[in-house]
Design a protein around this ligand. Structure first.
Ligand SMILES: *[C@@H]1O[C@H](CO)[C@@H](O)[C@H](O)[C@H]1NC(C)=O
Ligand SMILES: *[C@@H]1O[C@H](CO)[C@@H](O)[C@H](O)[C@H]1NC(C)=O
Ligand SMILES: *[C@@H]1O[C@H](CO)[C@@H](O)[C@H](O)[C@H]1NC(C)=O
Ligand SMILES: *[C@@H]1O[C@H](CO)[C@@H](O)[C@H](O)[C@H]1NC(C)=O
Ligand SMILES: *[C@@H]1O[C@H](CO)[C@@H](O)[C@H](O)[C@H]1NC(C)=O
Length: 351
């Protein structure tokens, strides 16, 4: 029974169809049975003649036929345009059991450090059918070349990646968080091709106010050295107490470098959107996510997972107005006044 179940993972999609075909002749009178028999014989002769002609590409034609049978099944439940994005992985390390026939979508969150992606990912992972495995390419070895990257991606999308975000066999959307500077920018072409071939959807998550992002980057890298919380560095915190300690530090900003820095952050975003534009994608901004509840619903729609209420226990570190977050606010203000980044000085948001 067990072995049969596992086999169903591959064949379950034909199961209903076969029983239908077998049942039909039972109800028909003898004459129709003869007709069916004749049709079957003619078909067999026809198929045989084709097979004889194509012995060389026999394997391929077999594959084609399987594809042809498989399509109608998907078609009647899944919209045609969605078919490239629907998968039925068969993990090596466990069996998907009763969920073997439930479709799985592949995604990647493309983001930059300090864009709220840690918070966004815990939000997604609070969904019982979503597994987002974190920054798997923070590990340099996994991104040392394209074949190492693809090996890692294959493992994730085959549902064989085991992390604290792994869900049970009923995962309906699987992915991870990919920072631009973690091998992604170096291999855009090949990665876009892989995403298209495997039907991976991209969620771009960026921050509108990149001045805030830059301040957060500076503060976070300060903490990497200073380790303000009992000697451990924390990129994300789970209590207001911890958040307050980290927020005490005010970085000093090199005002001369500020405009070039903001331009670089902006260019990276523009380039990412351009390089991966052929892939199915959606763009979200952190500021919109925290302001507007329907944005998270849009993400669940995009991933085609059931709508649920999602929760995150991350606590925002910097909640004060921007002018309170840096040591030399006047310099920053003067550097950006009159530039295209001026609005970053004033645009703020409530938590
Ligand atoms: C989501 O997970 C639950 C519990 O594991 C499962 O019963 C359900 O079928 C899954 N939904 C989808 C859409 O896969
Ligand atoms: C790619 O990187 C992996 C891991 O660092 C290494 O083992 C492998 O030899 C590399 N392959 C090529 C073709 O450079
Ligand atoms: C994943 O890792 C956990 C903890 O190391 C282990 O208990 C679990 O069996 C692993 N799951 C799979 C499917 O390998
Ligand atoms: C730091 O250590 C003290 C004493 O061990 C403890 O009470 C406190 O909660 C710790 N703080 C953090 C942020 O981990
Ligand atoms: C919230 O987002 C939705 C789309 O995701 C948009 O239609 C709506 O206008 C937004 N609401 C506000 C108040 O911005």
């Amino acid at each position: 029974m067990k072995a049969k179940d596992e086999k169903l993972g591959e064949g379950c999609c034909f199961f209903n169809k076969d029983t239908l075909v077998l049942k039909l002749p039972k109800k028909s009178p003898i004459l129709s049975r003869m007709v069916v028999l004749a049709v079957v014989m003619i078909c067999s002769v026809y198929i045989c003649s084709i097979c004889l002609k194509q012995t060389k590409i026999h394997k391929e034609s077999n594959f084609m036929r399987i594809k042809l049978i498989e399509k109608p099944y998907h078609a009647h439940r899944i919209p045609h345009a969605q078919i490239p994005y629907v998968h039925y992985p068969e993990p090596i390390t466990y069996s998907r059991n009763e969920c073997a026939c439930a479709p799985v979508r592949f995604f990647t969150i493309v983001s930059m450090q300090r864009s709220g992606s840690g918070w966004f990912e815990t939000l997604l992972n609070s969904h019982i059918n979503v597994s987002s495995h974190g920054e798997i390419f923070a590990n340099k070895e996994r991104r040392s070349n394209m074949s190492a990257i693809m090996r890692t991606l294959d493992k994730v999308y085959n549902l064989d990646w085991n992390s604290s975000a792994s869900k049970n066999e009923c995962t309906a959307a699987v992915g991870f968080k990919w920072m631009l500077n973690q091998g992604l920018m170096q291999h855009y072409g090949e990665i876009a091709e892989y995403f298209n071939k495997r039907g991976v959807s991209v969620i771009f998550l960026f921050r509108r106010n990149q001045l805030r992002q830059w301040i957060s980057l500076l503060a976070n890298s300060h903490d990497q050295y200073a380790k303000q919380l009992n000697g451990t560095h924390k990129a994300h915190v789970h209590s207001q107490y911890e958040a307050n300690i980290l927020a005490r530090f005010k970085p000093m900003i090199d005002a001369k470098m500020l405009v070039p820095k903001l331009k670089q952050l902006h260019d990276w975003v523009v380039d990412a959107l351009e390089q991966l534009k052929s892939n199915r994608h959606m763009v979200i901004y952190y500021e919109d996510l925290i302001r507007n509840d329907t944005k998270v619903k849009d993400v669940m729609d995009f991933l085609k997972v059931p709508q649920r209420r999602l929760i995150s226990h991350h606590v925002k570190i910097h909640t004060k107005p921007l002018s309170h977050l840096v040591e030399n606010w006047d310099d920053v203000h003067n550097a950006l006044a009159g530039t295209q980044y001026e609005s970053f000085l004033t645009s703020d948001y409530q938590m």
